[in-house]
Design a protein around this ligand. Structure first.
Ligand code: ATP
Ligand code: MG
Length: 429
């Protein structure tokens, strides 16, 4: 259960501070260990992202010990106190009192917590690899749940009865996928079956928490494995019913995901077969079944939504590049996401063995046109329109767009000609 195991790892300010927090708790007569993710990461020989401490000291004692000013009570009802660092460059340490949780009534969070023993605290955690403690003073691992053995064989396994654990907190299903994918662990068959059985209930979890997990899976180099696991466990069709019956696109998605190194790009790859418009639909009906619909449902940020919808909606324009006017092409190529779109379209075409003709055409176009030619400074601005007596509105924008198109198409080369054209446009008929 407890084994001496000096964990290597460079001495960082955060690590020193996290040792110090344990030392102080211990000096005050409490039991205190590092817990959870940091123990897992260190046992795997990786750098710990942050250090969490679990202790027998109740939250009030933790606050008294470290001082009100140096602590934040973030989850007092869960017994979690953040201790702010005294060491420059160190991260805050979360100190949580050993607890049990339950019962879970809503499949999301426990109705109450009770302070408990270290072993009970280990057992309320989600996966064996996340359920270990480490005593940094005596260099001992405390493993009540078989986490070390699972790290050894690279297996992600729920603590206790997988079905019960997924029923208590449905987010654990997505966490299972994320940890298995990102750590490159096998998903233990019973844990996988439990996720499969419960997948339909992932919906009870808040959009924000689902989106947060998706971001972490899709931003990770192992995102294709994450996608595959979501598909195998049945989470994918529940999260995105819009994607069902698309076996062919799923294969294309799997093939391109390794190259989609950002969340927005990966999401665009995942949803590339769905309808999207460059502009946000005004009503729910208009958005139904589209990329916008999913993005809104997940409560993605406006920037994320716009980026994903732009990428998905401009694929077609890319395919028909040869038929586009210079202005149309330049507008796409001047967009901040143009390079991402370029990679996405190429990768998708490659995965299907489709022609790269339009991408080749665009690459040649890019080679022949300077940035200045693709994205030249505007010849006329809104100010010019106002000075000509126009007021901002739809007509205003239309005129600006027409002038810009003419400029990009090479019809207007200098400001004088552009102003001349403006005068003609607004002259009374
Ligand atoms: P990372 O921060 O790298 O995602 P982590 O293991 O630190 O991994 P956190 O979400 O920070 O994950 O949670 C810290 C610890 O709390 C976990 O290691 C696990 O022991 C426990 N935990 C977190 N979320 C849950 C959950 N939904 N159910 C049960 N235990 C959980
Ligand atoms: Mg963590």
């Amino acid at each position: 259960m407890s084994s001496v195991f000096p964990l290597s790892g460079e001495s960082t300010a955060s690590r020193e501070f996290a040792i110090d927090v344990v030392r102080q708790l211990r000096a005050a007569g409490a039991v205190a260990y590092w817990a959870g993710g940091c123990v897992r990461d260190l046992l795997m020989g990786q750098r710990a992202k942050d250090y969490d401490v679990a202790t027998s000291a109740p939250p009030e004692h933790v606050r008294t010990l470290f001082g009100k000013k140096r602590t934040l009570s973030v989850g007092a009802s869960f017994g979690v106190i953040v201790v702010l660092p005294t060491v420059p460059g160190a991260e805050p340490v979360e100190v949580a009192t050993f607890r049990t949780e339950g019962p879970y009534h809503d499949g999301r969070r426990p109705s109450q917590v009770t302070f408990a023993t270290p072993e009970e605290d280990a057992r309320r955690r989600d996966f064996t690899i996340n359920g270990m403690f480490y005593d940094p003073l005596e260099q001992r691992v405390l493993d009540f749940v078989g986490g070390q053995a699972d790290i050894e064989v690279r297996r992600l396994r729920a603590i206790g009865d997988p079905l019960e654990r997924m029923t208590e907190d449905k987010l654990r299903m997505l966490r299972a996928v994320r940890f298995a994918a990102t750590l490159e662990f096998e998903l233990d068959p019973q844990t996988r079956d439990a996720v499969r059985q419960m997948a339909g209930e992932i919906q009870v979890v808040s959009a924000e928490r689902i989106a947060q997990e998706l971001r972490r899976v899709l931003a990770h180099p192992q995102r294709a494995r994450g996608f595959e696991l979501m598909s195998e466990t049945g989470l994918l069709p529940v999260l995105f019913p819009e994607l069902t019956n698309e076996t062919q696109p799923a294969a294309a998605v799997l093939a391109v995901l390794p190259k989609c190194a950002r969340f927005e790009l990966a999401a665009a790859a995942m949803w590339h077969t769905l309808p999207a418009t460059p502009h946000e639909p005004r009503t729910r009906q208009e958005a139904a079944g589209t990329v916008w619909d999913i993005a809104r449902r997940l409560k993605l940020s406006v920037h994320e939504m716009q980026s994903i919808a732009w990428l998905v909606s401009h694929q077609n324009q890319w395919h028909t590049a040869i038929l586009q006017t210079d202005a149309q092409l330049k507008r796409i190529l001047a967009h901040p996401l143009a390079t991402d779109l370029r990679h996405l379209v190429r990768a998708l075409a490659a995965s299907r063995g489709a022609s790269q003709l339009s991408s080749d055409f665009i690459d040649a176009y890019l080679a022949e046109h300077s940035h200045e030619q693709i994205h030249p400074p505007e010849l006329v601005s809104g100010r010019d329109l106002i000075e000509s007596g126009l007021r901002p509105g739809p007509r205003f924008k239309e005129i600006l767009d027409t002038l810009r198109d003419a400029q990009l198409n090479g019809e207007l080369r200098d400001r004088e000609t552009a102003l001349e054209r403006l005068r003609k446009m607004i002259a009374p008929a």
